[in-house]
Unconditional design. Structure first.
Length: 396
């Protein structure tokens, strides 16, 4: 069997979308074309096919995206459209393409990778780990209650785009996980988002001026909460009231969406509907480059150091085969090369990813280590249990 891996190009793109359509249960090619052409982080140069004896049988792509890490930003490879022709499965083709994608990410400064799947074993074999995400479910009440007065809600207008993008930037600057959306991304997003279903992008106005937005999608009996952005808690309250109203009017029984645990959104929505928080195991991450991830997170580490600004001894963070020195000069964090005599915190990739993304219980390895108490406190301070969110609007 002759195996070749090739980058996608324009002249084979038709066959690629046909392969994707066939592999995803005869989905319309249009779906993939829309998403690729509408997402500026897609490039043929980051999409690969595997040929078996000259026949195209498998495909994987990596979008080049950036994640907000509070004040920091981490570039990541978003793995998507993983597909093998039904007649050529279980021969290791997808696994080979994933390996190729990992090589690409390592060579091209994509220190982290994120994907969504129901077939975790495929990705576990290639170094990805489940990083549970918080999913909110709410029962839709029989009647919608009005939100605060002084606000009106109107459909999105193109002229509001830059302003809303700047609100988004601000609103996400305290969260871990959301996509860092460029204006261009915002502009082109509706073209492929609408393939997902009946999407509404509603803008909340306070005394005539935009103050936030909410995007929802009606999918059968479920109202999907795609993303919410507000300039104040009250705007979030209006967004929640509006989402519940749309659910009631559309005959939905359930509201569902990925959320940041403990966020204002969760608190406000609880005032309008019965909510439950569950976790989803469909989100997986891969650590491609420890130092690259820490470098991206540094601005947020500096911000977190405000709670514990005193200078302290350095510590080596040893994760899998990599090690980076975290130094704690007064008020900041610096990265360095490990030195003999440093205290060391040893973690698996999965433990590190959970700590990075602020999962509950992820600090346990710090508490259980034999590091000095003050160094433990520094580490707990820069890796707090923030939780994380990657909004459904950005699903790929
Ligand atoms: C999922 C999919 C891409 C796998 O492609 P593939 O080329 O058959 O995968 P591989 O042969 O490289 O599988 C490698 C390992 O992944 C795991 N794996 C692959 N497919 C699996 C499945 N359907 N169920 C459980 N484990 C699976 C196995 O551990 C497998 O090793 P094994 O065959 O030695 O047991 C293919 O089944 C597909 O196109 N499915 C439809 C589209 C889809 O769901 N894509 C994934 C979206 S995240």
């Amino acid at each position: 069997m002759d195996i070749e891996i090739r980058t996608v190009s324009e002249h084979i793109y038709d066959d690629v979308t046909k392969l994707l359509g066939r592999s995803y249960g005869n989905r319309d090619d249009h779906y993939f074309r829309q998403q690729h052409s509408g997402d500026p982080s897609y490039s043929h140069d980051r999409a690969w096919v595997l040929l078996e004896d000259g026949k195209m049988v498998s495909h994987v792509l990596a979008y080049d995206k950036v994640m907000r890490y509070g004040a920091g930003r981490i570039r990541f490879g978003a793995i998507g459209d993983v597909a093998t022709d039904p007649e050529h499965r279980r021969r290791g083709h997808a696994a080979k393409l994933l390996e190729n994608a990992v090589d690409y990410m390592k060579r091209n400064d994509l220190p982290l990778s994120l994907l969504y799947t129901g077939t975790q074993s495929l990705y576990e074999g290639a170094g990805w780990h489940v990083v549970p995400a918080t999913v909110l479910e709410a029962d839709v009440p029989a009647e919608a209650r009005p939100g605060p007065r002084a606000y009106t809600v109107k459909p999105f207008e193109e002229s509001q785009l830059r302003l809303l993008a700047s609100y988004w930037d601000q609103a996400m600057s305290n969260l871990v996980g959301p996509l860092d959306r460029s204006v261009e991304y915002f502009q082109r997003q509706p073209s492929w988002l609408r393939v997902r279903g009946d999407i509404e992008w509603d803008v909340i106005h306070r005394v005539g001026h935009p103050a936030g937005f909410v995007r929802t999608c009606v999918n059968g009996e479920t109202l999907e909460l795609l993303d919410v952005c507000g300039t104040s808690d009250e705007v979030i309250q209006v967004a929640c009231a509006w989402a519940v109203r749309r659910a009631v009017e559309s005959g939905c029984r359930k509201i569902e969406g990925r959320v940041a645990p403990g966020s204002i959104l969760v608190r406000e929505l609880a005032a309008f509907a019965d909510i439950r928080l569950t976790t989803s195991d469909s989100q997986m991450m891969r650590l491609n480059d420890l130092e690259g991830v820490l470098r991206g997170a540094l601005p947020e580490f500096h911000r977190r150091r405000r709670h514990n600004p005193l200078a302290d001894q350095p510590v080596t963070l040893a994760v899998g085969d990599s090690a980076v020195r975290l130094e704690f000069p007064s008020g900041t964090v610096a990265l360095g090369t490990p030195e003999d005599g440093d205290g060391t915190l040893e973690l698996t990739d999965k433990q590190f990813l959970h700590m990075l993304m602020g999962l509950p219980g992820a600090q346990e390895p710090i508490a259980e280590s034999s590091l000095r108490p003050s160094v433990k406190s520094q580490l707990s301070n820069i890796f707090p249990e923030t939780g994380h969110v990657f909004w459904d609007a950005d699903a790929f």
